[in-house]
Design a protein around this ligand. Structure first.
Ligand SMILES: *Cc1c(COP(=O)(O)O)cnc(C)c1O
Length: 416
């Protein structure tokens, strides 16, 4: 097949060079651990790259803090770490005042705890609202909680290439709704939900809202306090570069903390953890969300990334994220569309998060080939790939290299 000359007007490599030269955040890339073998990392939305600061900090932590201070470190710094780190994250990325964010558990476990707490706080209401396109763990945990509490789930079926709208939520809300569970950025399409409008709609009906921020935290700024959000959770190994299995975080608005009781009442969420008391008395404030011993080791990389976000500024990170996803859409339109590749994410960047989902029947095979060559997007059945772009660690050149490799493979298949 010969390509129409006007179909390839954009030279991705040259365009990327110009964009990298203008990028005020370009220098942050050197703060990450990079390997030459990885020519293009397009999966920062699944597992962020490690920071060099983390590579250096972990041995120092073992040597000096764990090894040197030993059990004394609990009193000296660890006991406050889950809320202290939560407060920093809240200020840098969430729009949350201190005392409302805590680092603990995994997203899955925190979803369970907060859903149970929300269901109990609205125990006179028998329905919950969620959507069929949400991440599996969110749906699975919800089904379990619904079974435990005898709740009916009202499932919204959103447009898979967009996401849940305010109108769809309003259509399901009533005085029977206990809570609404949704994701801020849809993990498949990248669609950004209208958090303030949906939150306000839920409140008008007297329901609570629980937002999953896994695909937005550290990338798309939120104003949780200003938007009146009740509850939120998020993970830290995606755009917070916390590493595999890094702990998650929960946000519980100060205004609802007094009315909520989470179900896993362990000693570390008690008012006096080291008092070894007879009975459980919950800690005041956000600490009561904690159950067992906090994952101090797993918090170290998150702290490094929060420092980087503080330095770069979340608004600048979002601006680069938009530039990166716009670049992907432009390259796809000018170079890949003629092979039948389709963009499944919103084209309007104001409602698109940090990844662009593309669709083509050959992607399953192509991704396997690309991984061997150090080009790493992720494949999502049946035939999608997500181009996930972590703004501080991703260069435009890296994106161009990845998309050019996809173009090459698509072209080669037509000749074969
Ligand atoms: C990544 C992700 C999770 C992951 O939950 P874990 O408990 O960390 O495995 C949950 N929900 C959403 C929306 C996600 O994107």
């Amino acid at each position: 097949m010969t390509l129409a000359p006007d179909a390839s007007t954009l030279d991705p490599t040259a365009a990327a060079t110009a964009l990298d030269a203008q990028d005020p955040l370009a220098h942050f890339r050197d703060r990450f651990v990079l390997h030459d073998e990885v020519r293009s990392y397009l999966d920062g939305n699944s597992l962020g790259r490690p920071l060099r600061a983390t590579r250096d900090r972990l041995p120092a932590f073992v040597d000096e803090v764990w090894g040197g201070r030993l059990i004394r470190a609990w009193d000296e710094q660890w006991i406050d770490a889950p809320v202290a780190l939560g407060d920093r994250l809240g200020a840098a990325a969430l729009g949350a005042a201190p005392g409302q964010t805590v680092v603990a558990d995994s997203t899955t476990v925190l979803l369970y705890k907060l859903m149970r707490a929300a269901a109990a706080a609205r125990s006179d209401r028998r329905e919950v609202i969620a959507d069929t396109e949400n991440f599996p763990t969110d749906r699975f945990v919800l089904e379990g909680v619904a079974a435990e509490h005898g709740l009916t789930v009202r499932w919204i079926e959103p447009d898979p290439s967009a996401g849940v709208t305010e109108a769809q939520v309003r259509a399901e809300l009533s005085e029977r709704t206990a809570f609404v569970l949704l994701s801020h950025v849809a993990f498949k399409s990248g669609f950004i939900a209208d958090v303030p409008a949906i939150t306000a709609a839920a409140h008008e009906a007297g329901a609570l809202v629980l937002w999953d921020l896994c695909h937005s935290v550290g990338l798309v700024p939120t104003e949780l306090d200003a938007w009146g959000v009740d509850l939120a959770v998020g993970c830290s190994y995606k755009y917070l570069n916390g590493g595999p299995g890094a702990p998650a975080f929960a946000y519980v608005a100060a205004g609802v903390q007094g009315a909520l009781r989470q179900p896993v009442q362990g000693w570390f969420g008690a008012a006096d953890p080291f008092g070894m008391t007879e009975t459980y008395v919950p800690s005041r404030g956000i600490r009561q969300i904690i159950s067992g011993t906090p994952p101090i080791l797993g918090m170290q990389p998150i702290a490094d990334m929060v420092t980087l976000i503080e330095e770069a500024g979340i608004a600048a990170i979002r601006a680069k994220s938009i530039a990166l996803t716009e670049f992907v859409v432009d390259v796809v339109d000018s170079r890949l569309a003629r092979f039948g590749v389709r963009v499944i994410s919103p084209r309007d960047p104001s409602i698109r998060g940090g990844h662009v989902t593309l669709d083509h029947p050959a992607f399953r095979e192509i991704v396997a080939e690309l991984w061997q060559r150090g080009i790493i997007p992720d494949f999502r059945p049946p035939q999608g790939i997500r181009i996930g772009l972590s703004p501080l660690s991703t260069s435009f050149a890296e994106v161009a290299a990845g998309l050019s490799a996809i173009e090459e493979r698509l072209a080669a298949r037509q000749v074969e």
